[in-house]
Write a protein that binds this ligand. Structure first.
Ligand SMILES: *Cc1c(COP(=O)(O)O)cnc(C)c1O
Length: 410
């Protein structure tokens, strides 16, 4: 029974003493208390204070970008980035169908239309070759930009997502952007600490975003950032996220409709303390990934996802991929659930059994996100063939991740 074997491997790797293991949880073992206390002691808790500048400097240094601008969350960072690269109402933006909903939502906030593209199995991210072939058929370069011949709209930008921290194959995508005159905004929400060909992710797009939500590799409670090598864009990001206020001694003057998207100082304080520990988190995540890889090797019908050769991943959220072809009915028979399993393929049924028995044993696992085009608000959006994303959706299971788990084994 493969599901039972998967459970046994997880039990072995996680070594827990009957305690629950969450899918991912934050870890506060550095200067978090000291920095947050400093905010409270000095009364600098809100939109002004030294920790915001410090976090931005630390982020720029760590990722190698010219400018990092702290934001209230990753979704806001995406929204603003898309605006800053020129996404206008009525434009289309290419987004993988396999992503967290925030990626597509941010496009909708611009009154633009997400256009869903397929992923590749080697990276779990956007398939640049398939996108090039697709665009060659439906798109045409025009003075106004890349025109979708089918819908008549301008395709303004593409948003590759470094899924679960695994870098997209960016070089061929840069080529596609050049050829079709697309702007690139990297959704690196999950990819802090992940490198593509030796350079930190977020350096390929005109802008990139990070998230510091509670489940990400570092957290500020809620938070995010825009990364960019374009100084002007960075300055504008800061300006627009600060209600487009022109600094004055007393008065208030705003030169356009801005946003209240700045990260509060108290959150930034948490971020500075977390970022100090990131190298340690990364090392621990790799150790856990190695353990998983070894433990799942030789188990037929399932594979632990590992980084491709060009990437160094942060292993933010660990991934199991079930093989598409599973022996019929072997798993479902032991579960004798009547209705819910109906209409599902064998591999989906297996996935659901794994999710059920692991979670019921206190091991946090979850399936892939429902693909974006299957959500009611995006059902009418244009999309290309999504065969690979659909296969990944059926077969993917996220398993417990994070530096905290390095305690459970020696
Ligand atoms: C978390 C996440 C976001 C959004 O970040 P928030 O800080 O939660 O707003 C965007 N895209 C992806 C892929 C994410 O995982």
């Amino acid at each position: 029974m493969l599901a039972q074997k998967i459970l046994a491997v997880l039990e072995k790797v996680l070594h827990r003493n009957g305690t629950q293991v969450l899918l991912s949880e934050p870890i506060f073992r550095g200067n978090e208390w000291a920095y947050v206390k400093d905010c409270l002691d000095t009364n600098w808790v809100s939109t002004v204070g030294g920790y915001v500048d410090r976090l931005e400097e630390m982020l720029a240094e760590f990722t190698g970008v010219r400018r990092a601008v702290a934001m209230v969350n990753g979704t806001a960072a995406l929204h603003l980035s898309l605006k800053l690269v020129g996404v206008e109402p009525g434009d289309e933006v290419l987004v993988p169908a396999l992503t967290f909903v925030a990626t597509a939502n941010a496009v909708a906030y611009c009154s633009a239309v997400p256009h869903f593209v397929d992923s590749e199995e080697a990276t779990l991210g956007l398939d640049a070759d398939k996108l090039r072939d697709y665009l060659s058929g439906i798109a045409q370069a025009s003075p106004a930009g890349c025109r979708n011949k089918v819908t008549g709209r301008i395709i303004r930008a593409v948003v590759p997502v470094h899924t679960f921290g695994h870098p997209v194959d960016l070089d061929p995508l840069v080529e596609v952007c050049r050829r079709f005159r697309l702007e690139m905004v990297e959704d690196a929400a999950e990819a802090l600490g992940s490198y593509y060909k030796g350079r930190h992710t977020g350096n390929w797009g005109r802008a990139a975003i990070l998230s510091f939500n509670g489940n990400k590799i570092i957290t500020t409670g809620g938070g995010g950032a825009i990364l960019t090598n374009d100084e002007e864009l960075g300055k504008l990001a800061k300006h627009l996220s600060t209600t487009a206020r022109i600094p004055q001694q007393w008065g208030f003057f705003h030169d356009q409709t801005g946003f209240n998207y700045r990260l509060p100082n108290i959150n930034a304080a948490l971020g500075c303390a977390q970022l100090e520990q990131l190298p340690d988190f990364l090392e621990k995540n790799r150790t856990l990934a190695k353990r998983y890889e070894q433990a799942f090797r030789g188990l037929e019908g399932v594979e632990f996802f590992t980084e491709p050769g060009f990437a160094r991943s942060n292993y933010w959220l660990n991934v199991l991929l079930l093989a598409e072809n599973q022996p019929p009915a072997a798993e479902s028979s032991c579960e004798s659930q009547a209705a819910p399993g109906q209409g599902l393929t064998e591999v989906e049924r297996l996935r659901d059994v794994v999710l059920k028995i692991t979670n019921s044993r206190g091991i946090g696992t979850r399936p892939a996100w429902t693909l974006m085009h299957k959500l009611p608000m995006f059902g009418a959006s244009p999309r290309m063939d999504l065969t690979v994303a659909e296969s990944i959706e059926r077969r993917l299971i996220n398993i417990p991740s994070g530096a905290k788990l390095s305690n459970s084994y020696v």
